[in-house]
Design a protein around this ligand. Structure first.
Ligand SMILES: [Zn+2]
Ligand SMILES: [Zn+2]
Length: 340
């Protein structure tokens, strides 16, 4: 089958590789679409070191092509998305009351094992979820990042009526804006440097958008909140600079969600006095433990717009080009999706 193979830093090639073979409890998925995530870009740039050669791709949807022994309960032909994280079920964390992805043996499809920038990908049957017929493969490929966002919001805890600032209006920021509204936020601020993303944020429900290239976002948000700052600030960029902005945006007693995945070597400079004085709650978020089902339901409700977030759909063959385009931070890109 055809697959995109990452062989080193900025070395991604379309190659002919062997089709995955399903074993006990696994299903083979014919990939319908797979989104390029910020983490894929980190792998590509060497900002998050992964073992190569690797077929990346963890935000995918497709059709069940084959089921292994013991996975017959999954119907061949089902349109599915899949939780990419596979845990061991035996370690300390897996057997905690609330099992999560701290599992030291966690294997993530597209991170630790071959993923979905390919014609086929295999996952445990227990990791797949069906999505409705009306939803396109491209839209369904956004359910994985949506599940991560649900985890983040669960961690930070938005209360009805809260004011929320989202730093970064990329694919994740645009999901966060919509989810914050759904969670009951009374006023949502979106901050970015790119006008196209800000107009999307506005279209998707942000009440106020601030272009940080033109005005100071902290001053703008404070001016709109009676000098207070927001109840909840969400960092959706993956950089220490964006976290600093989020910390500055939060009111005294506010909550900050560090959500974006920063490069491994990035360091955050923070004034401990500010943390003390503002009595902030800082929370982070790791992947999507037990949030996939909820994310599928939210997407299936039709109350979240996924399509406008997708700026480009390319055939798998154009993958290397698509990665180059994202690497150069072309302004017109939001979510880029590949289709085998
Ligand atoms: Zn992702
Ligand atoms: Zn485990």
């Amino acid at each position: 089958m055809r697959a995109l193979v990452l062989r080193g830093v900025r070395d991604l090639r379309l190659e002919e590789v062997e089709e995955p073979k399903v074993s006990e409890g696994e299903v083979l998925i014919r990939v319908g679409a797979c989104g390029i995530c910020g983490t894929d870009l980190h792998f590509y740039r060497g900002e998050w070191r992964v073992k190569t050669p690797l077929v990346p791709g963890h935000e995918f949807s497709g059709v069940v092509e084959e089921v292994g022994p013991g996975a017959e309960w999954v119907e061949v032909g089902s349109r599915v998305v899949a939780e990419p994280n596979v845990t061991c079920g035996r370690c300390y964390y897996c057997r905690m009351e609330k099992r999560n992805f701290y599992c030291p043996n966690v294997k993530a499809v597209g991170v630790d094992v071959n993923g979905a920038f390919a014609e086929y990908v295999k996952v445990p049957a227990a990791n797949v979820y069906r999505f409705p017929d009306w939803m396109s493969f491209e839209e369904a490929a956004l359910i994985e990042p949506l599940a991560c966002c649900v985890r983040g919001l669960y961690n930070v805890g938005i209360e009805p009526g809260d004011t929320v600032a989202v730093v970064g209006a990329g694919p994740v920021g645009l999901l966060m804006v919509q989810l914050a509204k759904m969670w009951g936020a009374s006023r949502v601020y979106a901050i970015d440097l790119i006008e196209r993303r800000l107009s999307l944020a506005k279209q998707l429900g942000a009440d106020v958008v601030v272009n940080a290239a033109r005005e100071n976002p902290v001053e703008a948000v404070k001016a709109d909140t009676g000098g207070l700052g927001v109840d909840v600030a969400i960092e959706a960029v993956g950089s220490s600079k964006a976290i600093s902005t989020a910390i500055a945006l939060a009111r005294r007693g506010g909550r900050v969600l560090v959500f974006g995945v920063a490069p491994e070597e990035d360091v955050l400079a923070v004034r401990p006095f500010e943390l003390y004085e503002k009595e902030l709650t800082l929370v982070s978020s790791y992947r999507s433990p037990f949030t996939f089902q909820r994310a599928v339901r939210i997407a299936s409700s039709g109350r979240i717009a996924l399509k406008p977030i997708i700026s480009h759909v390319f055939p798998l063959e154009k993958g290397p080009e698509a990665f180059r385009m994202l690497d150069e931070r072309k302004e017109e890109t939001v979510k880029v999706v590949l289709k085998p």
